[in-house]
Write a protein that binds this ligand. Sequence first.
Ligand SMILES: *[C@@H]1O[C@H](CO)[C@@H](O)[C@H](O)[C@H]1NC(C)=O
Ligand SMILES: *[C@@H]1O[C@H](CO)[C@@H](O)[C@H](O)[C@H]1NC(C)=O
Ligand SMILES: *[C@@H]1O[C@H](CO)[C@@H](O)[C@H](O)[C@H]1NC(C)=O
Length: 500
Amino acid sequence: MNHKALLQLIFLHAAAAALISFAFCENAVLKGEDGEFGELPPEDQAPNDIKYNMRKGLDLDQEGCYLQTGKKKCLEECGFNATAKTIFIIHGWTMSGMFESWMQKLVSAVMQREHEANVIIVDWLSMAQQLYPDAVNYTSSVGLDIASMLNWLQDEQQLPLENVHLIGYSLGAHVAGYAGTYVQGTVGRITGLDPAGPMFEGVEEHKRLSPDDADFVDVLHTYTREALGVSIGIQQPIGDIDIYPNGGDVQPGCALGEVLAVASNFMEVMKCEHERAVHLFVDSLMNKDHMSFAFQCTGPDRFKKGICLSCRKNRCNNIGYNTRKMRKRRNSKMYLKTRADTPFGGYHYQMKMHVFNRKHMDTADPTFYLTLYGTHKDAANVYLDVQDDSIGLNLTNTFLVFTEEDIGDLLKINLNWEGEYESWTSVWKNFKTKFWAWDTKPPKPILEVRRIRVKAGETQKKFTFCAEDPSKTEISPGESLTFVKCRDGWEVKPRKRYET
Ligand SMILES: *[C@@H]1O[C@H](CO)[C@@H](O)[C@H](O)[C@H]1NC(C)=O
Ligand SMILES: *[C@@H]1O[C@H](CO)[C@@H](O)[C@H](O)[C@H]1NC(C)=O
Ligand SMILES: *[C@@H]1O[C@H](CO)[C@@H](O)[C@H](O)[C@H]1NC(C)=O
């Protein structure tokens, strides 16, 4: 989209927002019919209007009930239950000055999962709807305000702080961090949903969300792609565990062309990836029996190679609401792949295969596809993603294979080497290798694969697959090989123990 259209769009958003936020404030004032809400002193020009909207029903259009620090009556009216969980949801920077549609989804998912919990929206819209640096500047005072609310609840209701969970999106994650810093005692948990990056990346711990802000701090990073030196979501790990779905950068279903092809395409992509953290969290609340696992890894590249699918010593965890608290281990980076839509969870496999170079393969670069046959269903045409440009010949290669559906236990694998003219990738690869020798017909390359060792990330089960026909282990472009399960585990030879 061109510049002018973008500016117009921003302007329209802002104009609409001005109108609607005016109506919203009116509404909030009307709400104080018992007089209590009218007693607030008139504010000077700086907006510092923070509301604690405790939800009673799933319908966001219905007024909730407003809590106010020091007003015991509000607690009774709102039905605050001090022995139940208390969950604060904190929004981020806003251009529109309105709650975005994710808020409704998150609130209703939390309420459906935790029927008895006190679910409170921290509404700091008037402060968040400022120029970004100003909104950033307000995060600490909003955090302080939440801390005073929590201190008062501790004094007034003996609220146990370990039952408090702060969930903050974008700038709201850092607000939660400040609340955790300022409160007397330690809140149970803070979840950061794609915490904002600009003006927080690389700053000292006390100026952003950090592991000390709660007993357990978990973070989802979904938009850490850098443009012009900044990224919308913070890149560095800032919690006890930091989960980077799909490497934390490109989210499936969000690419240009995949989201609605409207004029605001670029903004839509941005919003889609940044907000994905919220939708993954909502998914984890709703789909309790289809949990997504993340695996600890030192970096996205190693993860994409399939090296990190271990669950030993707490190296894997559920994502989102179901994340298990772990012994303090700062900045543990975890990765997973997801589907493009809810339910986001899929299935990860590590596959190891030794690829022998049999003939004429010194420059070529095979494109492999797999068909996986399982006890529930099959997954066809799964692209074997090669990370380091090309497959290592005469070496054992490790791959990460992802299926969107649960195929059950894997029974059989079909390895297919794409023919020379079956896709643009293959055409291009062949063009590159044959360009200088196109008058001589190159000989047919041959590779050999004898077995594939598989580890399922979700079940941690290991199997060895052997060539179905032991005499057929060689493969050339346009051909395929079939492997069947021949052994549980990965041992090449059965262990010989206690032999006499
Ligand atoms: C308050 O919450 C606790 C714990 O969830 C629950 O056992 C109790 O019944 C709740 N009380 C009321 C009045 O809802
Ligand atoms: C942040 O707010 C304080 C007042 O609360 C002000 O003195 C300071 O200049 C502000 N900083 C920025 C960068 O706007
Ligand atoms: C791999 O092994 C084959 C036969 O054993 C040999 O011809 C080839 O040179 C080896 N090395 C590479 C890099 O392919």
